[in-house]
Design a protein around this ligand. Structure first.
Ligand code: GLC
Ligand code: CA
Length: 541
């Protein structure tokens, strides 16, 4: 059952854990998480034993030098670490400490735009004939804005007037994030050198920020408008996103990455079109190793909905492309909150975790989801996110999913001894790592068990997937197969008992689950599932 043969690169086999560094662990008591904080918690993430979470890689949201107008997604020096987080030496120490524990380290690569105080932009805005003028996207002033593109975090036109040279520059997030001109060969060269710099240092890959925004229409045509309350969705982004030339850049970055051993690129394709996102794997699998699949972020709690969602994604993936799944990240409300249902919330979180960890595809975990961190309303005065600071009635920004990690029951949840940059969730006294580490049935214990089971089991990590029930109502049941290893996963999405609608008489034994003990024999066609039961079983042969 549990073979030892393991093939396939680490990013296919492994589980990737996203750290939002401002909120993970504060080591120097300034209320903001930092690199030493991450180092201090590496053993929690994976010390090689099943007492630890067991993740295989961390993706750290940006820690480069930044004025923090968008909390690091506005970089002012691509090859330095911001003092808030530590120093270059400390980052190198983190790499070493992580690698000692077989944890890969992925950095965030934010190359669609820089900060407006990046020296490149300072140069670029000096004069129209500055050598770096063309490194950004400038447009002459013809008495009105060049076109109708919108800055998502400002809900205003994305062209910003520069008094000095009397031209507009493009910034489609905030005005403080001018867009780089990816049609300029010098700019490309500079960014590619920077990528090599981090790969040379030993970084294991990159999470690439807003990949599909790199290239803009060369004629700057208007986007068609559409009705939506979501600022990102008020236009059809025909001309400021997904331009065909973007794929060429992806291929070039992939070619650089391939010169190094065992590195990985995963890209954020901000879209709700699955087809658009998966196109960044490349027709020949020569672009990104993975394009983030965000479809679960918008999936309601419904077995059938998940089923259709998963199949649509698998079918859309190009041949040989490797899938991935995400339930939560730093830009969307946490799934523990989205899927809340009173006393059943924890049970649902377990079903969701089991789904994430047993589907064919790399799971991404967002820090805190393993203890069921939720989203609470952030008081107006405490709002930090530029998106929330605007004061629009329906948009409060992304702070609620970025609150400090809840380590223990001490003041500020053990994250810091001083008031953190964002408030700690009010439930931290009972919901924290320390408490859940002692409870056998906690969500944390559940995540650990699942991750280690997946690690030992080739079928779960690398195997093919086949859904056994083709018209599911409340239960998903699927098989994972790798060579002669085979595992069956059964997930009850409802608060009621359910019987399976399958005719396989398969006698199997329980490997793991919420209601049955390991080794218990079951017959698939006779199973009466408990409410929200998770059951992972294997054939007896
Ligand atoms: C991506 C990031 C988001 C950031 C934006 C601008 O969407 O995930 O957090 O604000 O890009 O860089
Ligand atoms: Ca700190």
């Amino acid at each position: 059952m549990q073979g030892t043969v393991r093939t396939g690169p680490w990013w296919k086999r492994g589980v990737i854990y996203q750290i939002y560094p401002r909120s993970f662990m504060d080591s120097n008591q300034d209320g903001i998480g930092d690199i030493q904080g991450v180092i201090a918690k590496l053993d929690y993430l994976n010390d090689g034993s099943e007492n630890s979470l067991g993740i295989d890689a961390i993706w750290i949201s940006p820690i480069y030098k930044s004025p923090m107008k968008d909390f690091g997604y506005d970089i002012s020096d691509y090859t330095d670490i911001d003092v808030i987080f530590g120093s270059k030496a400390e980052f190198i120490q983190l790499l070493g400490e992580a690698h000692k524990r077989n944890i890969k380290v992925i950095m965030d690569l934010v190359i669609n735009h820089t900060s407006d105080v990046h020296p490149w932009f300072i140069e670029s805005r000096k004069s129209k004939n500055n050598p770096k003028r063309d490194w950004y996207i400038w447009h002459e002033d013809k008495g009105k804005k060049p076109n109708n593109w919108v800055a998502s975090f400002e809900m205003k036109n994305a062209w910003w007037f520069d008094e000095n040279t009397k031209e507009f520059y493009l910034g489609t997030f905030t005005r403080h994030q001018p867009e780089l001109n990816w049609r300029n060969p010098e700019l490309k060269k500079a960014v590619y050198n920077m990528i090599r710099y981090w790969l040379d240092l030993g970084v294991d890959g990159f999470r690439m920020d807003v990949v599909n925004w790199y290239i803009k229409d060369d004629q700057f045509r208007n986007n068609p408008w559409r009705l939506s309350l979501n600022p990102i969705a008020v236009q059809r982004h025909l001309y400021d996103r997904n331009r065909p030339e973007t794929h060429e850049i992806c291929r070039e970055i992939r070619a650089i990455t391939d010169q190094y051993e065992d590195r990985m690129l995963v890209g954020e394709i901000y879209t709700n079109e699955t087809r658009e996102a998966v196109s960044y794997h490349g027709k020949e699998n020569d672009e990104l190793h993975m394009a983030f699949n965000f479809s679960f972020l918008f999936q309601k709690w419904c077995a059938k909905g998940f089923y259709n969602n998963i199949l649509e994604y698998y079918h859309a993936l190009p041949a040989d492309a490797w899938p991935n799944f995400t339930l939560s990240n730093h830009d969307q409300p946490r799934h523990y909150y989205r899927y809340r249902d009173g006393k059943y919330t924890d049970a649902r979180a377990k079903v969701a975790a089991a789904l994430l960890m047993t589907l064919r595809g790399t799971p991404f975990i967002y820090y805190g989801e393993e203890i069921g961190m939720t989203c609470e309303r952030i008081a107006r005065k405490d709002i930090q996110d530029p998106l929330g600071k605007k004061g629009w009635p329906f948009i409060r920004g992304r702070d609620a999913e970025r609150t400090p990690m809840q380590w223990d029951a001490s003041p500020y949840a053990g994250f810091s001894t001083v008031r953190p940059w964002l408030p700690v969730n009010s439930d931290y006294k009972h919901k924290n790592v320390s408490t859940q580490s002692k409870e056998k049935n906690s969500l944390l214990a559940f995540y650990k068990a699942l991750i280690w089971l997946r690690k030992r089991n080739n079928a779960l990590s690398l195997g093919d997937i086949e859904f056994m029930e083709k018209d599911p109502k409340e239960v998903l049941i699927y098989k994972r197969k790798y060579g002669d290893e085979e595992v069956t996963v059964v997930l009850n999405f409802s608060k009621r008992q359910q019987r399976l609608q399958i005719d396989t008489a398969g006698k199997e034994k329980t490997l793991f689950g919420t209601h049955r003990s390991k080794g218990e024999e079951i017959f698939l066609n006779q199973l009466a599932l408990y409410p929200y039961e998770v059951l992972i079983a294997g054939s007896l042969n």
